[in-house]
Write a protein that binds this ligand. Structure first.
Ligand SMILES: Cc1cc2nc3c(=O)[nH]c(=O)nc-3n(C[C@H](O)[C@H](O)[C@H](O)COP(=O)(O)OP(=O)(O)OC[C@H]3O[C@@H](n4cnc5c(N)ncnc54)[C@H](O)[C@@H]3O)c2cc1C
Length: 451
């Protein structure tokens, strides 16, 4: 997120064979002098160390952009859009086709402040408020056209860095957050289990206390970032008799003996976001691994999940806008029966409905984000935005494909890929059925704020 900041530009390679691979013994100058390739987790860690001072100077500049005046959000959004267009979009189709996780792009994002966007300045981040993060996520989705990479980025920040700052001890924060902000570490939150999805209260992963700390055993499934993550927040049962009040969060480092990550799961879409099972086989943790308060884990998880849900909803809107842009441009240019298809009423109705959906989605997200920023109860608004936007994304992306006719079914125009990516959002972040149920409960309990 450089924009007007006068800091060095870092050129990372795109994986081409001619570029220099990051290796031991390189220094910061090497990173600036020649485009480099970061293919592995180890190379990412090396690069993060080399760039740590530069990242700090960029973050200082981004913070000053954010506090400089009322148009700063627009400036930041313009920078992110530019980054998305130049850096993210070009490799998105290849990542969908199985190209490896883009560690180099992750580091470039780190160097530009992405991973510290929602992290307060006192912990080395940018400290953007919720409306700004939503605006940035939307711009990233629209210009970058890679929902999966946005999912990995925003998840790491909202399920690891943000809850760590809210719940962690000084020592836990110092040990993890700077690494996450610098891109040296990637975060992941392991809640779901094979038999416990919507019903989080039914998890079985057990944490047993002994004289040395804790022993965790169980398994988790569908965990975003697990194959590349360095830091896991794991929800486990500490007090089986206490139900949801007997769940506790733990901070687990990847190299802890007994923690194993399964192979990346094969998914319908979002191939640039890696998902896997996490197995915990008598994982021994010290007493300092407990995160937050014993017995509060279920509720702490709900809190962080709701912020993550909102920023992913904003990302969804951005990707939907990208689909609509493609469809509108096509409708203007494609001629049948001697006229642009945009002249036909059936096409115009679709275009109008897309635009209406975007306006409504934008308003719902803005309302929820403003409430979060004001410190108000935003649960209903976030749920409403999530349900509406995820469903509008599915419906309108299919309509966009329809406007392109046969070409919409082809990979070249990317709509089928974006549709496959966006479909996740009716399930991820809590299914829409669960959110509707929650909204109905709040309405019936008159917790709506609506007269
Ligand atoms: C790509 C991907 C990434 C994910 N990332 C993570 C992650 O990083 N960490 C993590 O912990 N989890 C993650 N998840 C898990 C995700 O949160 C769950 O898939 C989701 O909560 C639903 O759980 P489930 O799949 O077990 O479905 P189930 O809960 O079994 O639901 C099946 C169906 O039953 C419906 N249903 C269930 N209960 C009710 C009810 N009370 N009323 C009405 N309908 C109901 C659901 O809406 C759904 O349609 C991820 C999932 C995916 C697909």
């Amino acid at each position: 997120m450089r924009g007007t900041c006068s800091v060095p530009i870092i050129f990372f390679g795109d994986g081409a064979a001619s570029r220099t691979e990051v290796h031991e013994g390189m220094n910061q100058a090497d990173v600036f002098d020649a485009p480099i390739v970061i293919r592995s987790r180890k190379q990412r860690l090396l690069t993060a160390k080399m760039l740590s001072s530069t990242s700090k100077s960029i973050l200082r500049n981004v913070r000053s952009v954010l506090t400089a005046g009322s148009d700063t959000r627009e400036a930041l959004v313009a920078m992110v859009a530019d980054f998305g267009r130049r850096e993210v979009a070009p490799g998105a189709a290849a990542r969908d086709d199985g190209a490896p996780f883009p560690h180099d792009l992750w580091m470039r994002m780190a160097a530009l402040g992405f991973h510290g966007l929602a992290v307060p300045p006192e912990y080395g981040g940018v400290g953007a408020d919720m409306p700004t993060v939503c605006a940035v996520a939307r711009a990233f989705g629209r210009a970058g056209r890679d929902f999966g990479l946005g999912l990995s980025w925003l998840s790491s920040m909202y399920v690891a860095s943000v809850p760590l700052i809210e719940l962690g001890t000084d020592e836990q924060i110092a040990r993890t957050v700077p690494r996450l902000v610098a891109g040296q570490a990637i975060g992941s939150q392991a809640i779901t289990e094979p038999h416990a999805g919507s019903d989080v209260g039914a998890i079985r992963t057990r944490a047993v206390e002994d004289a040395d700390g804790w022993v965790l055993s169980g398994s988790k499934i569908f965990i975003t970032n697990a194959p590349i993550a360095d830091v896991f927040l794991v929800l486990a049962v500490t007090d089986p008799e206490a139900g949801r009040r007997g769940h506790t969060l733990f901070l687990v480092e990847r190299d802890t003996p007994g923690l194993e990550v399964g192979a990346p799961m094969r998914k319908m879409g979002n191939h640039s976001s890696l998902t896997a099972e996490v197995f915990l086989d008598n994982v021994r943790l010290g007493p300092d691994a407990l995160l937050g308060t014993r017995g509060r884990g279920f509720y702490d998880f709900l809190g962080s999940a709701s912020s993550e849900r909102l920023v992913l909803t904003a990302l969804t809107l951005g990707v939907l806008e990208a689909c609509v842009e493609t469809a509108v441009a096509y409708a203007r240019e494609r001629e049948q029966f001697g006229r642009p298809i945009a002249d036909f009423q059936a096409m115009r109705v679709k275009i109008a409905d897309m635009r209406i959906a975007i306006s409504a989605a934008s308003a719902l997200i803005a309302t929820a984000a403003e409430r979060v920023a004001a410190g108000e109860d935003a649960l209903l608004d976030i749920g409403a935005a999530k349900v509406f936007v995820s469903e509008a994304a599915v419906v309108q992306t299919l309509e966009a494909m329809q406007i392109l006719g046969g070409y919409g079914y082809m990979r070249e125009y990317e709509l089928e890929r974006l549709f496959r990516d966006l479909k996740l959002m009716t399930v991820g972040g809590g299914t829409n059925e669960i959110h509707r149920d929650m909204i109905a409960r709040m309405v019936l309990a008159e917790r709506t704020g609506v007269a």
